[in-house]
Design a protein around this ligand. Sequence first.
Ligand SMILES: Cc1ncc(COP(=O)(O)O)c(C=O)c1O
Length: 408
Amino acid sequence: MKPVGPIPAGYESLAGELAIGGMRASELVAAAGRTPLFVYSRAHLNARIAQLRAALPAQVGINYAVKANPHLAVIGHLAPLVDGFDIASSGELGLCLKAGIDPARISFAGPGKRDEELEAAIAAGVTLNCESLGEGRRALAIGQRLGKAPRIAIRVNPSFELKGSGMKMGGGAKPFGVDADKVPELARELIAHGAEWRGLHIFTGSQALSADAIIEAQGNVLDLAARLTEAIGHGCPKLNMGGGFGIPYFPGDEPLDLDRVGAALIARLEHLPAVLADSELCLELGRYLVGEAGVYLCRVVDRKESHGVVYLVTDGGLHHQLAASGNFGTVVRRNYPSAIATLYGAEPTEEVNIVGCLCTPLDRLADNAIMPRADVGDLVAVFCAGAYGASASPSAFLGHGPAAELLV
Ligand SMILES: Cc1ncc(COP(=O)(O)O)c(C=O)c1O
C-alpha cells in the first residue's frame, strides 16, 4: 500500500460523488461533453486570494504567474482579484490582452525573449524583466525604432536561493537574470539610453512549504534590493520579491504557514530601508493561487488484473498530468492526492494501480492506492491539478490531444 497525498480542503461529496462548484463530477463531465477534463473552481480561487489578502501586509501586491495556468477563463477570473500578471512569452501576453488586462499591470520575464516578443511587449507598454545585457540593448534598439521608451526592470540572479524549494532560481550560475554584481552598471546604462526604469525582479525559487525558508528569502531579497538601489542611484519604482509559496502534493507534506509568513513580512516592512520607502512591492505566485483549485477527471475504461494486481486503466494520463505521473522533475515517484470521484467518500476496500492510456510504464496516476471498488465508467479525480497540468504536459504525445477545461 502506498498512501496518496492530502486532498485539499473544500471538496465535498454530493449524492456519493465529488462535487466542485456545486456540481457532481458526472454533471461536470456531461457539461464539458467529454473526459479527460480539468475543472477549476472559482470558489477555491476566491478563497485563496482572500487568505493571502488577510495574511499579507496591505502594501504588498499579488501578481499571478500565468505560466501556472494560462486557461483564458482562469486569467479572466483572476483579473479583478490580483494586482499584476507575470508572463513568460508573447503567447501569454496575447492571452492576458484577450482577457482585457491593462498592459501596465503586466511584466514579462524569461531568459530567451525573441525580438518579436520584445517588440510586442514594448509596443503594448508591458514591463520587461530584463535578463541580460544583450536583451537590454535589444530592447533599447527596438524601443528607438518604435519611438517608445521601453519599460524595463532587471531580473536579478541573486547569490542566495530559496532553501528547500522544489525549483531553485538563484544561487550561482544561472541562465535566469543578471548576476547581482552586474546589475547597477546595466541599470545605469539602460536608464541613460532612455529606458523607463521600473525596478527589480528577484525570484529565488518555487514550491517551498517552509515558512522559515520563505521568510529568510524575503529578508535577503529586501536587503539585496536596497543595496542594488543604493548603487543604481535612481530609486526602485517596483520590487517584485518573487514568491515560491508551495502547496502540499504528497503524503506528509504540511501546508505553508501563511500567517507566519505574513506576520514576518509585516514586521520586516516596519524597518524597510529608506531607499525602498517609495517602492511598490509585490509577490509573484503561480501554483499557490491556482494549484489546489484544479481537479483532473478521467474515466476508467478498463479494469484488469495482472499477476494479482488490479489496474484501473483510464482515458487520462501523463499527457495531461505529467507532474502527477512523477515525470516532471521528481526522483522518487509518490502519489498525488487522488480519489474515485464517482464513489467519493465510499469505504476504501481494495489496492489498485490507476494508470493512463499511454503505452509506457511511466504513465501512472496512483500506485498501490487504497480505493473504493471502481469499475469501467467510474471517474477518477486527481487533485492539485490547477497548476502545471494542462499546459505543462505533452498533450500531443501519442495523438491523444488536450483535455477539456472548465471553470465553475
Ligand atoms: C520567474 C518565475 N515566476 C513564477 C514562477 C511560478 O512558480 P510557482 O508556480 O511555484 O509559484 C516561476 C517558476 O519557476 C518562475 O520561474
